[in-house]
Design a protein around this ligand. Sequence first.
Ligand SMILES: Nc1ncnc2c1ncn2[C@@H]1O[C@H](COP(=O)(O)OP(=O)(O)OP(=O)(O)O)[C@@H](O)[C@H]1O
Ligand SMILES: [Mg+2]
Length: 450
Amino acid sequence: MSSVFARHSMRPSLRNNLIIALAALVSVVAIAQGLSTYQLCRTGMSALLDLRLEQVAMRMRGDLADAIPSAPARGSQPARDIVITIARPGADVPLRSTDPSLALPANAPAGFSSESVNGERWRIYTLRQDERVIQVAQRSSVRDELVRETALTTLWPTLVLLPLVLFAVVVIVHRTLRRLTPLGLAAQSVDAAHLKPLPVTGVPREVLPFVDSINRMIVRLAQLIESERKFIADAAHELRTPLTALQLQADNLQPHIVAGNQERFQELRSGIARSGMLIGQLLRLARADAPLDVAVEPADVSPIVVDAVSGVLPIAAARRIDIGAEAMLADKVAASPADVAIAVKNLVSNAVRYTPDGGTIDLRMHREASALWIEVTDTGPGIAEESLPRVFDRFFRAKSDMHADVEGTGLGLSIVKAITAKYGGQAIIQNRCDGRSGIVAAVSFPLASV
Ligand SMILES: Nc1ncnc2c1ncn2[C@@H]1O[C@H](COP(=O)(O)OP(=O)(O)OP(=O)(O)O)[C@@H](O)[C@H]1O
Ligand SMILES: [Mg+2]
């Protein structure tokens, strides 16, 4: 679990990359746009305030200047007010001023200038006319404050919109990439046993070539696996005939073998028999692996189970093994009767083969959800836990002191697995969990719909 998580967190994520890149882009655009409007607004406001100073100065050229008292009321002027001063050039005291305590520099250049007066910065417009110097001034700090306040209000729309746009980016990227999720899940379920092409409906155009080439690969792979399987089936089939002939010849030869050579001759015969068994199992495995192309007639399971038991009765009786079937059910399963029979026979033959003399073997059936289970329980040695995960592997044979001399090909359970997988069933091998030694081998097939 933790390794899966680690793998996920290490992987570059298309979604995260897109979200981060788009969010960064949107933020940069928003910041640039915010800064530029802020700047534009500041310059605009400054120009406007300057224009006002200039206009006031222009008005003072006429009679309006007389409205300014030559000795204004004592007391401090509001800080935001503009100050108007009219003086004669060269005179120390102005003719008229709205704030006589402020001595504006009469030698300031014509037009706009910024000067320091009484320890404060002032923006001054100076107009020289005939015998008068008209100066209109405003505190720089007041201007700056006005400019800043106005400029800041231009940032509001961006500040409100930015989180909304970022949220939209996350939602859009999320929803767009969500269309890839079903595709990923379908691709994940592809394996040798389920070589189905990926669905192409609803797949975005950009991803389609990718899915198409994967699908072509899946088809090629399925063809390759199928031709491999056919080759094995054909080879096993072809080998059967010469091997049967060999067996016949050996049988015919037996009476002519001298007594001293009989033991070695028996070894030869059992070697031939082992090869025959191996070829038979190979053929069954190749057939079990064949894809299901025709609809199957439902299989009645109880007769198959009874048949499998009666098939081993003579051997079981000879070895005093008590074998019996109980809890028989009349259900039918959606699988070919021949395949079900092979699966059950393999389990029963294992139980008989690996259970010591005098043991007990029980067959049971039970329904679970929409599947029918067939269970074979024995009193054999069981299987070492470390070997359990491999018992379904081809040619795997678990080593045990108790049946070191028992022969087998190691293909029986692979055949069982292939058959159950073909019909969508399961095969499970477990050690008994009731405290006794032995195996519980179980297969399931989907119930036939009635
Ligand atoms: N009932 C059982 N009790 C103990 N061990 C078992 C049992 N069934 C299977 N095994 C172990 O699992 C291994 C694999 O079984 P599998 O049926 O695939 O092969 P096999 O029996 O050796 O050969 P085959 O069935 O092809 O003749 C066996 O070799 C055996 O070691
Ligand atoms: Mg077997």
